[in-house]
Design a binder for this molecule. Sequence first.
Ligand SMILES: Nc1ncnc2c1ncn2[C@@H]1O[C@H](COP(=O)(O)OP(=O)(O)OP(=O)(O)O)[C@@H](O)[C@H]1O
Length: 333
Amino acid sequence: MTQPLFEIDQVTKTYKKGKVTANSGISFTIKKGEILGLLGPNGAGKSTLVKQIVAHIKPSEGEVRYNGSNVLGQMKKVAREVAYYAQEPHALTSLTVSEAIYFSGRLRGMKKQAAKSEAQQLIEELELTEAAGKMLKNISGGQKRLTGIGTTLIGNAGVYIFDEPTNELDPKKRRLVWDLIQKRNREGATVILVTHNILEAEQVVDRVAVINHGQLLAINNVAELKTEVDQRLKCEITTVHSLTHSKELETALEQWGTVTRLSDQRTRVMITKEDAPSLLEELNTTWSSHIQSYAVVPPSLEDVYFHIDRDQEKEQQDPSERKGEKTYAAAGS
Ligand SMILES: Nc1ncnc2c1ncn2[C@@H]1O[C@H](COP(=O)(O)OP(=O)(O)OP(=O)(O)O)[C@@H](O)[C@H]1O
Protein backbone atom coordinates (compact mmCIF):
# COMPACT_ATOMS: atom_id res chain seq x y z
CA MET A 1 0.00 0.00 0.00
CA THR A 2 1.34 3.45 -0.85
CA GLN A 3 2.09 5.60 2.15
CA PRO A 4 -0.42 8.40 2.72
CA LEU A 5 0.88 11.94 2.41
CA PHE A 6 -0.46 12.94 5.83
CA GLU A 7 -1.47 10.75 8.74
CA ILE A 8 -3.51 12.54 11.38
CA ASP A 9 -3.18 10.23 14.34
CA GLN A 10 -5.38 10.68 17.43
CA VAL A 11 -4.90 14.44 17.36
CA THR A 12 -6.29 16.45 20.28
CA LYS A 13 -5.91 20.11 21.22
CA THR A 14 -7.11 21.62 24.46
CA TYR A 15 -6.81 25.19 25.69
CA LYS A 16 -7.15 26.85 29.07
CA LYS A 17 -5.69 23.93 31.02
CA GLY A 18 -8.03 21.44 29.36
CA LYS A 19 -11.20 23.53 29.85
CA VAL A 20 -11.63 24.20 26.09
CA THR A 21 -11.33 21.29 23.68
CA ALA A 22 -10.69 22.52 20.12
CA ASN A 23 -10.43 19.00 18.76
CA SER A 24 -10.35 15.51 20.17
CA GLY A 25 -8.97 12.14 19.01
CA ILE A 26 -9.09 12.93 15.28
CA SER A 27 -7.59 10.26 13.00
CA PHE A 28 -7.60 10.03 9.21
CA THR A 29 -5.19 10.07 6.30
CA ILE A 30 -4.78 12.36 3.30
CA LYS A 31 -3.75 10.85 -0.02
CA LYS A 32 -1.26 12.44 -2.39
CA GLY A 33 -3.01 14.21 -5.26
CA GLU A 34 -6.50 14.43 -3.78
CA ILE A 35 -8.68 17.45 -2.99
CA LEU A 36 -10.04 16.95 0.51
CA GLY A 37 -12.73 19.27 1.82
CA LEU A 38 -13.03 19.97 5.56
CA LEU A 39 -16.59 20.95 6.35
CA GLY A 40 -18.12 22.00 9.62
CA PRO A 41 -19.91 24.89 11.32
CA ASN A 42 -18.22 27.86 13.03
CA GLY A 43 -16.08 26.76 15.94
CA ALA A 44 -16.10 23.11 14.82
CA GLY A 45 -12.31 22.81 15.03
CA LYS A 46 -11.37 23.00 11.34
CA SER A 47 -8.77 25.79 11.58
CA THR A 48 -7.21 24.16 14.63
CA LEU A 49 -6.80 20.95 12.64
CA VAL A 50 -5.17 22.59 9.63
CA LYS A 51 -2.84 24.53 11.93
CA GLN A 52 -1.83 21.20 13.48
CA ILE A 53 -1.24 19.80 9.97
CA VAL A 54 1.11 22.67 9.06
CA ALA A 55 2.83 22.49 12.48
CA HIS A 56 1.66 25.94 13.60
CA ILE A 57 -0.06 24.35 16.60
CA LYS A 58 1.41 21.51 18.65
CA PRO A 59 -1.26 18.90 19.47
CA SER A 60 -1.89 18.34 23.19
CA GLU A 61 -2.02 14.63 22.31
CA GLY A 62 -1.40 12.60 19.16
CA GLU A 63 0.64 13.61 16.13
CA VAL A 64 0.48 14.57 12.48
CA ARG A 65 2.91 12.77 10.16
CA TYR A 66 3.97 14.11 6.75
CA ASN A 67 5.55 11.47 4.51
CA GLY A 68 5.85 9.21 7.55
CA SER A 69 7.48 11.63 10.04
CA ASN A 70 6.05 13.95 12.68
CA VAL A 71 5.54 17.44 11.19
CA LEU A 72 7.01 19.00 14.34
CA GLY A 73 10.38 17.43 13.55
CA GLN A 74 10.52 18.81 9.98
CA MET A 75 9.01 22.28 10.26
CA LYS A 76 11.24 23.92 7.60
CA LYS A 77 10.50 21.21 5.05
CA VAL A 78 6.78 21.43 5.81
CA ALA A 79 6.84 25.24 5.45
CA ARG A 80 8.54 24.90 2.05
CA GLU A 81 6.38 22.10 0.68
CA VAL A 82 2.99 22.87 2.23
CA ALA A 83 1.58 26.27 1.27
CA TYR A 84 -0.97 27.46 3.82
CA TYR A 85 -3.58 30.13 3.26
CA ALA A 86 -4.77 31.16 6.71
CA GLN A 87 -8.14 32.70 7.48
CA GLU A 88 -6.51 35.67 9.22
CA PRO A 89 -5.64 38.61 6.93
CA HIS A 90 -2.10 39.17 5.69
CA ALA A 91 0.27 40.66 8.29
CA LEU A 92 2.65 42.37 5.85
CA THR A 93 0.42 45.35 5.18
CA SER A 94 3.22 47.69 4.10
CA LEU A 95 4.20 45.54 1.12
CA THR A 96 2.62 46.05 -2.28
CA VAL A 97 0.55 43.27 -3.83
CA SER A 98 3.35 42.27 -6.22
CA GLU A 99 6.01 42.43 -3.48
CA ALA A 100 3.92 40.19 -1.20
CA ILE A 101 3.53 37.55 -3.91
CA TYR A 102 7.16 37.87 -5.10
CA PHE A 103 8.68 37.59 -1.59
CA SER A 104 6.49 34.58 -0.81
CA GLY A 105 8.07 32.88 -3.84
CA ARG A 106 11.56 33.82 -2.61
CA LEU A 107 10.75 32.46 0.86
CA ARG A 108 9.73 29.22 -0.83
CA GLY A 109 13.24 29.03 -2.31
CA MET A 110 12.62 30.44 -5.81
CA LYS A 111 15.33 32.25 -7.77
CA LYS A 112 14.74 36.02 -8.23
CA GLN A 113 13.85 35.87 -11.93
CA ALA A 114 11.54 32.85 -11.56
CA ALA A 115 9.75 34.47 -8.58
CA LYS A 116 9.34 37.71 -10.53
CA SER A 117 7.82 36.09 -13.59
CA GLU A 118 5.53 33.74 -11.66
CA ALA A 119 4.36 36.66 -9.47
CA GLN A 120 3.55 38.60 -12.65
CA GLN A 121 1.66 35.65 -14.11
CA LEU A 122 -0.37 35.13 -10.90
CA ILE A 123 -1.20 38.85 -10.74
CA GLU A 124 -2.67 38.57 -14.23
CA GLU A 125 -4.48 35.29 -13.52
CA LEU A 126 -5.98 36.70 -10.32
CA GLU A 127 -6.97 39.92 -12.12
CA LEU A 128 -4.91 42.02 -9.70
CA THR A 129 -3.07 44.07 -12.33
CA GLU A 130 -4.63 47.38 -11.26
CA ALA A 131 -3.86 46.76 -7.57
CA ALA A 132 -0.36 45.33 -8.15
CA GLY A 133 1.52 48.50 -7.10
CA LYS A 134 -0.70 49.31 -4.10
CA MET A 135 0.12 48.50 -0.48
CA LEU A 136 -1.96 45.76 1.12
CA LYS A 137 -3.31 48.22 3.68
CA ASN A 138 -4.80 50.30 0.84
CA ILE A 139 -6.68 47.62 -1.10
CA SER A 140 -10.14 46.06 -0.69
CA GLY A 141 -10.93 42.99 1.41
CA GLY A 142 -11.46 40.88 -1.70
CA GLN A 143 -8.18 42.08 -3.26
CA LYS A 144 -6.38 41.16 -0.02
CA ARG A 145 -7.86 37.68 -0.23
CA LEU A 146 -6.75 37.32 -3.86
CA THR A 147 -3.25 38.50 -2.91
CA GLY A 148 -3.24 35.85 -0.18
CA ILE A 149 -4.20 33.24 -2.79
CA GLY A 150 -1.28 34.48 -4.94
CA THR A 151 1.19 34.23 -2.03
CA THR A 152 -0.04 30.66 -1.43
CA LEU A 153 0.08 29.52 -5.05
CA ILE A 154 3.51 30.89 -5.96
CA GLY A 155 6.40 28.44 -5.96
CA ASN A 156 4.75 25.12 -6.74
CA ALA A 157 4.51 23.92 -3.16
CA GLY A 158 3.03 20.50 -3.92
CA VAL A 159 0.47 20.74 -1.09
CA TYR A 160 -1.95 23.62 -0.68
CA ILE A 161 -4.11 24.20 2.37
CA PHE A 162 -6.76 26.86 1.97
CA ASP A 163 -8.80 28.02 4.95
CA GLU A 164 -11.93 29.65 3.50
CA PRO A 165 -10.27 30.92 0.29
CA THR A 166 -13.40 32.39 -1.29
CA ASN A 167 -14.68 34.48 1.65
CA GLU A 168 -15.39 38.07 0.57
CA LEU A 169 -14.99 37.26 -3.13
CA ASP A 170 -17.61 37.99 -5.77
CA PRO A 171 -18.96 35.02 -7.80
CA LYS A 172 -16.64 35.66 -10.77
CA LYS A 173 -13.53 35.83 -8.58
CA ARG A 174 -14.64 32.74 -6.67
CA ARG A 175 -14.83 30.81 -9.93
CA LEU A 176 -11.36 32.12 -10.85
CA VAL A 177 -9.92 30.88 -7.55
CA TRP A 178 -11.54 27.43 -7.84
CA ASP A 179 -10.21 27.13 -11.40
CA LEU A 180 -6.66 27.95 -10.27
CA ILE A 181 -6.89 25.46 -7.38
CA GLN A 182 -8.20 22.72 -9.68
CA LYS A 183 -5.47 23.49 -12.23
CA ARG A 184 -2.78 22.96 -9.56
CA ASN A 185 -4.47 19.72 -8.54
CA ARG A 186 -4.51 18.47 -12.14
CA GLU A 187 -0.77 19.17 -12.22
CA GLY A 188 -0.37 16.79 -9.24
CA ALA A 189 -0.80 18.98 -6.14
CA THR A 190 -2.68 17.81 -3.04
CA VAL A 191 -5.28 20.27 -1.78
CA ILE A 192 -6.95 20.57 1.62
CA LEU A 193 -9.84 22.94 1.57
CA VAL A 194 -11.64 24.35 4.61
CA THR A 195 -14.96 25.81 3.60
CA HIS A 196 -18.50 26.62 4.66
CA ASN A 197 -19.55 26.86 1.06
CA ILE A 198 -20.85 23.36 0.53
CA LEU A 199 -22.34 24.04 -2.87
CA GLU A 200 -19.03 25.28 -4.24
CA ALA A 201 -17.03 22.57 -2.46
CA GLU A 202 -19.17 19.92 -4.12
CA GLN A 203 -17.87 21.01 -7.51
CA VAL A 204 -14.21 20.54 -6.61
CA VAL A 205 -13.56 18.07 -3.79
CA ASP A 206 -12.78 14.34 -4.14
CA ARG A 207 -13.46 13.50 -0.49
CA VAL A 208 -15.04 15.31 2.42
CA ALA A 209 -14.27 15.20 6.12
CA VAL A 210 -17.14 16.51 8.24
CA ILE A 211 -16.05 17.95 11.59
CA ASN A 212 -18.15 19.25 14.46
CA HIS A 213 -17.50 19.81 18.17
CA GLY A 214 -13.84 18.97 17.52
CA GLN A 215 -14.60 15.48 16.25
CA LEU A 216 -14.45 13.78 12.90
CA LEU A 217 -18.01 12.74 12.07
CA ALA A 218 -17.52 11.40 8.57
CA ILE A 219 -14.92 11.03 5.86
CA ASN A 220 -15.66 9.64 2.44
CA ASN A 221 -16.06 10.62 -1.19
CA VAL A 222 -19.07 12.76 -1.97
CA ALA A 223 -20.94 10.07 -3.94
CA GLU A 224 -20.57 7.49 -1.14
CA LEU A 225 -21.65 9.96 1.53
CA LYS A 226 -24.73 10.77 -0.51
CA THR A 227 -25.78 7.13 -0.83
CA GLU A 228 -25.34 6.64 2.92
CA VAL A 229 -27.73 9.50 3.59
CA ASP A 230 -30.73 9.07 1.38
CA GLN A 231 -31.04 7.49 -2.01
CA ARG A 232 -34.33 9.22 -2.76
CA LEU A 233 -34.59 12.13 -5.18
CA LYS A 234 -36.12 15.50 -4.40
CA CYS A 235 -38.89 16.65 -6.71
CA GLU A 236 -39.33 20.38 -6.16
CA ILE A 237 -42.59 21.75 -7.50
CA THR A 238 -43.72 25.35 -7.92
CA THR A 239 -47.51 25.56 -8.08
CA VAL A 240 -49.58 28.28 -9.78
CA HIS A 241 -51.51 28.91 -6.55
CA SER A 242 -50.79 28.12 -2.93
CA LEU A 243 -51.03 24.40 -2.21
CA THR A 244 -53.53 25.32 0.51
CA HIS A 245 -56.03 25.93 -2.32
CA SER A 246 -55.15 22.67 -4.13
CA LYS A 247 -55.95 20.05 -1.55
CA GLU A 248 -56.43 17.36 -4.23
CA LEU A 249 -52.93 17.99 -5.56
CA GLU A 250 -51.46 17.87 -2.06
CA THR A 251 -53.22 14.55 -1.39
CA ALA A 252 -52.03 13.19 -4.75
CA LEU A 253 -48.40 14.17 -3.99
CA GLU A 254 -48.57 12.51 -0.59
CA GLN A 255 -49.19 9.19 -2.37
CA TRP A 256 -45.68 9.43 -3.87
CA GLY A 257 -43.63 10.22 -0.76
CA THR A 258 -42.95 12.66 2.06
CA VAL A 259 -44.26 16.13 1.18
CA THR A 260 -42.61 19.25 2.62
CA ARG A 261 -43.98 22.74 2.05
CA LEU A 262 -40.96 24.97 1.27
CA SER A 263 -43.03 28.16 0.86
CA ASP A 264 -46.54 29.14 -0.14
CA GLN A 265 -46.15 27.90 -3.70
CA ARG A 266 -43.10 25.66 -3.42
CA THR A 267 -43.33 22.04 -2.34
CA ARG A 268 -40.85 19.17 -2.12
CA VAL A 269 -41.71 15.50 -2.53
CA MET A 270 -39.11 12.85 -1.72
CA ILE A 271 -39.44 10.06 -4.28
CA THR A 272 -37.61 6.91 -5.29
CA LYS A 273 -35.62 6.90 -8.53
CA GLU A 274 -38.00 4.27 -9.92
CA ASP A 275 -41.09 6.39 -9.22
CA ALA A 276 -39.68 9.59 -10.77
CA PRO A 277 -40.83 9.02 -14.41
CA SER A 278 -44.40 8.14 -13.37
CA LEU A 279 -44.68 11.13 -11.02
CA LEU A 280 -43.45 13.48 -13.75
CA GLU A 281 -45.97 12.03 -16.19
CA GLU A 282 -48.78 12.59 -13.69
CA LEU A 283 -47.62 16.19 -13.13
CA ASN A 284 -47.53 16.79 -16.91
CA THR A 285 -50.97 15.34 -17.57
CA THR A 286 -53.38 15.39 -14.60
CA TRP A 287 -51.90 18.43 -12.83
CA SER A 288 -50.39 20.51 -15.62
CA SER A 289 -52.76 23.48 -15.10
CA HIS A 290 -51.79 23.63 -11.38
CA ILE A 291 -48.06 23.56 -11.92
CA GLN A 292 -45.72 26.36 -12.93
CA SER A 293 -42.46 24.34 -12.93
CA TYR A 294 -40.76 21.33 -11.38
CA ALA A 295 -37.27 19.93 -11.05
CA VAL A 296 -35.95 16.58 -9.89
CA VAL A 297 -32.67 16.84 -8.01
CA PRO A 298 -30.43 14.20 -6.38
CA PRO A 299 -29.26 14.75 -2.78
CA SER A 300 -26.56 17.40 -2.49
CA LEU A 301 -23.52 17.60 -0.25
CA GLU A 302 -25.56 20.11 1.76
CA ASP A 303 -28.18 17.42 2.47
CA VAL A 304 -25.39 15.09 3.59
CA TYR A 305 -23.95 17.74 5.87
CA PHE A 306 -27.26 18.54 7.56
CA HIS A 307 -28.11 14.85 7.87
CA ILE A 308 -24.83 14.09 9.65
CA ASP A 309 -25.18 17.19 11.81
CA ARG A 310 -28.74 16.23 12.80
CA ASP A 311 -27.56 12.77 13.80
CA GLN A 312 -24.89 14.25 16.03
CA GLU A 313 -27.28 16.71 17.65
CA LYS A 314 -29.64 13.81 18.41
CA GLU A 315 -26.84 11.78 19.94
CA GLN A 316 -25.85 14.69 22.15
CA GLN A 317 -29.42 15.22 23.32
CA ASP A 318 -30.07 11.54 23.98
CA PRO A 319 -27.08 9.23 24.30
CA SER A 320 -29.42 6.21 24.13
CA GLU A 321 -29.88 7.08 20.44
CA ARG A 322 -26.18 6.53 19.72
CA LYS A 323 -26.01 4.91 16.33
CA GLY A 324 -23.18 2.43 16.66
CA GLU A 325 -24.10 0.98 13.30
CA LYS A 326 -23.55 4.23 11.40
CA THR A 327 -20.48 3.84 9.26
CA TYR A 328 -19.88 7.33 7.89
CA ALA A 329 -16.46 7.72 9.45
CA ALA A 330 -14.14 5.49 7.50
CA ALA A 331 -11.21 6.83 9.53
CA GLY A 332 -7.83 6.05 8.09
CA SER A 333 -9.24 5.49 4.63
N1 LIG B 1 -6.25 30.09 21.06
C1 LIG B 1 -7.40 29.60 21.51
N2 LIG B 1 -7.70 29.67 22.82
C2 LIG B 1 -8.86 29.16 23.30
N3 LIG B 1 -9.79 28.54 22.54
C3 LIG B 1 -9.55 28.45 21.23
C4 LIG B 1 -8.35 28.96 20.64
N4 LIG B 1 -8.38 28.70 19.31
C5 LIG B 1 -9.56 28.06 19.06
N5 LIG B 1 -10.26 27.92 20.21
C6 LIG B 1 -11.57 27.26 20.36
O1 LIG B 1 -11.50 25.99 19.75
C7 LIG B 1 -12.71 25.71 19.02
C8 LIG B 1 -12.38 25.41 17.57
O2 LIG B 1 -11.93 26.60 16.92
P1 LIG B 1 -11.50 26.63 15.38
O3 LIG B 1 -11.01 28.01 15.09
O4 LIG B 1 -10.60 25.50 15.11
O5 LIG B 1 -12.91 26.37 14.66
P2 LIG B 1 -13.31 26.51 13.09
O6 LIG B 1 -14.05 25.28 12.76
O7 LIG B 1 -12.12 26.82 12.27
O8 LIG B 1 -14.31 27.74 13.13
P3 LIG B 1 -14.63 28.87 12.01
O9 LIG B 1 -15.33 28.17 10.89
O10 LIG B 1 -15.53 29.79 12.76
O11 LIG B 1 -13.34 29.49 11.61
C9 LIG B 1 -13.62 26.91 19.22
O12 LIG B 1 -14.47 26.63 20.29
C10 LIG B 1 -12.66 28.02 19.59
O13 LIG B 1 -13.29 28.98 20.39
